[in-house]
Design a protein around this ligand. Structure first.
Ligand SMILES: Nc1ncnc2c1ncn2[C@@H]1O[C@H](COP(=O)(O)OP(=O)(O)OP(=O)(O)O)[C@@H](O)[C@H]1O
Ligand SMILES: [Mg+2]
Length: 252
């Protein structure tokens, strides 16, 4: 198991957003987390990535307790994430955004960093990621001027530029048109192979996407794991149908 969470609990005042969540993700797995609004999905991602401390429970990444490490050190260890609400710098261009991510991975500026070779490496990697995510023709565009779908892609691309071993994506296709969702997912899978990514954990509401791409699905409901299994078993799980899948189908 590359990522293991045990007994996670998160209290916001009196409110219990996560209530005893345990899970494990193995190398090679594409895991989707599903659940109705407010189920605790983003809270879970935030705890798994060290952004939010749990009220109780532990998270281990590559056998190491992540408590207190924080997102920057976790990124160095090989974990990256994207956000439900896009998390890009609005005044940077696409190229600058990707360069910043590559620089973050290669470490802080030293004298060495000033060298031309280093600059070339940064440039080459940034361009490579841009190409993977079909952003090559938008390199000079300011992030804030991008359409929502491209902002989302840029956020995910920045996470990939960190060349992580595991990536956690909070609704990577939200705000992306239905027609473009599959393209985003295909891009993601191709990019994952390219950088040798070991595992993907995504929060996703679109059940077509969830069932098409996941090796495993974890259904959350009211802060608890309702079901955790292969897509075929989740699809046939009446409680999941009632609380997650059916609800979505009716809402459409
Ligand atoms: N910082 C916070 N303070 C208080 N309550 C919070 C906070 N963050 C989340 N919550 C509450 O915890 C619950 C879970 O929120 P969370 O954002 O994890 O849900 P979610 O499953 O990601 O929902 P969505 O599908 O809408 O993104 C919600 O009831 C939310 O209102
Ligand atoms: Mg959320």
């Amino acid at each position: 198991m590359i990522l293991v969470a045990e007994g996670l609990r998160k209290l916001y005042g009196e409110f219990c957003a996560l209530d005893g969540v345990s899970l494990g993700v193995a190398a090679g797995e594409f895991v989707s987390i599903i659940g109705p609004n407010g189920a605790g999905k983003s809270t879970l991602i935030n705890i798994l990535t060290g952004l939010t401390p749990p009220s109780a429970g532990t998270v281990r990444f590559k056998e190491r307790e992540i408590h207190g490490l924080g997102p920057v050190r976790l990124a160095r260890l090989g974990m990256a994430r994207s956000f439900q609400l896009v998390h890009i710098f609005p005044d940077l261009t696409v190229l600058e955004t990707l360069q910043a991510a590559v620089v973050a991975r290669l470490g802080r500026g030293t004298r060495l960093f000033a060298s031309l070779a280093r600059d070339r490496d940064v440039q080459r990697e940034a361009l490579e990621v841009a190409e993977l995510f079909r952003l090559s023709d938008k390199l000079g565009a300011l992030a804030r001027h991008l359409p929502q779908g491209d902002k989302k892609l840029l956020d995910v691309a920045s996470a990939f530029a960190l060349r992580p071993e595991i990536i956690l994506l909070d609704e990577p296709t939200s705000g992306v048109s239905t027609a473009d969702k599959t393209a985003v997912m295909e891009t993601l899978v191709a990019a994952s192979r390219r950088i040798g990514l070991q595992a993907i954990i995504q929060v996703e509401h679109d059940m077509d996407i969830v069932f098409a791409y996941s090796d495993r699905i974890i259904a959350l409901h009211q802060g608890k794991v309702l079901a955790d299994g292969a897509p075929s078993s989740i699809q046939a799980d009446q409680r999941v149908i009632d609380t997650v899948i059916g609800r979505r189908a009716r809402a459409r």
